[in-house]
Design a protein around this ligand. Structure first.
Ligand SMILES: C[S@@+](CC[C@H](N)C(=O)[O-])C[C@H]1O[C@@H](n2cnc3c(N)ncnc32)[C@H](O)[C@@H]1O
Length: 267
């Protein structure tokens, strides 16, 4: 029997990147080749066809940029710890497992209840029911010692600036010296959500406007890299179909593309 969906409004948004990855996996030239996403879409009782438009490939390209940040970290720290805050039904651990990383996936209880229908904990992989805004998971991550990579992809955008800056400040203090990757959206993107087809079919809306990720530095983060879809890492660009590589580079100056950034910080 297919899995029924009982998710809060923001939690439901996890189905957009899931469907994006499934569509990508079915394409002739796939970026992530996430065939597991096809299985998950088939196993969930939901009308995914309501999702159309550029957010579907966009979520795949975004995931590939985040993947590379994690890959670079694991190249330097093969047995480091990775924490995906607001993981949804991401298959990133399966994509990037190098045989020695210690990985935590965290999300809210309703999302995790769905996730646990398809994924199981293992020796180096642990799912945590929790919130990025709470601190009760910090110890489980920190007690292992060693370098930590925190990432939160397409999550903080849905919250108010004060809440986001507060939690980023707390993460920077608790995980000082470590890496943190988050995406930020500028005023133009936030102001045009209602024209984005995926947001016409769901109630959730993004809130956090951040035109310049350097404005986060005073709360304790130092910006190391900030990428848009027009400037992916070289290794990542090589995996993208030409239509995205050339097309996004050509419109890289527009506020829609230049204002959506995937950022890597050191805390
Ligand atoms: C757009 S989805 C992104 C999912 C995943 N990061 C990806 O890219 O596939 C937003 C995710 O944020 C999660 N989320 C919402 N509020 C959260 C919170 N307070 N703490 C942790 N995760 C949260 C939702 O459950 C959902 O999985």
């Amino acid at each position: 029997m297919k899995a029924k969906i009982e998710l809060g409004d923001v939690q439901e948004t996890l189905l957009i990147p899931l469907y994006g990855r499934a569509r990508d996996a079915a394409a002739n030239r796939s970026v992530l080749a996430d065939t597991r996403a096809i299985e998950l879409v088939d196993a969930i009782d939901y009308d995914f066809t309501r999702f159309t438009g550029p957010s579907l490939p966009g979520s795949v390209l975004r995931a590939s940029i985040f993947d590379q940040y994690v890959r670079d970290f694991l190249a330097d720290h093969p047995d480091g710890t990775v924490v995906d805050l607001g993981c949804g039904l991401s298959t990133r651990f399966d994509r990037l497992d190098n045989g020695s990383v210690r990985w935590f996936d965290l999300d809210l209880p309703d999302t995790m209840a769905l996730r646990r229908r398809f994924f199981t904990d293992s020796e180096r992989y642990t799912m945590i029911d929790g919130s990025i805004f709470d601190e009760d998971w910090y110890e489980a991550v920190a007690e292992r010692g060693g370098p930590v990579f925190l990432l939160s992809e397409a999550v903080l955008l849905y919250f108010a600036r004060e809440e986001v800056e507060d939690v980023l400040g707390r993460l920077a203090r608790r995980f000082g010296g470590n890496r943190l990757a988050v995406d930020t959206g500028g005023r133009f993107m936030m102001g045009h959500q209602d024209q984005n087809p995926v947001f016409r079919s769901i109630p959730a809306r993004m809130q956090w406007v951040c035109d310049d990720p350097r404005t986060l530095e005073p709360i304790g983060l130092r910006l190391l890299e900030s990428r848009t879809f027009a400037h992916p890492q070289k290794a990542v660009a090589g995996t993208w179909p030409w239509k995205y590589r050339l097309g996004l580079a050509a419109i890289g100056f527009t506020p829609m593309v230049s204002g959506y950034r995937m950022n890597l910080f050191t805390a």
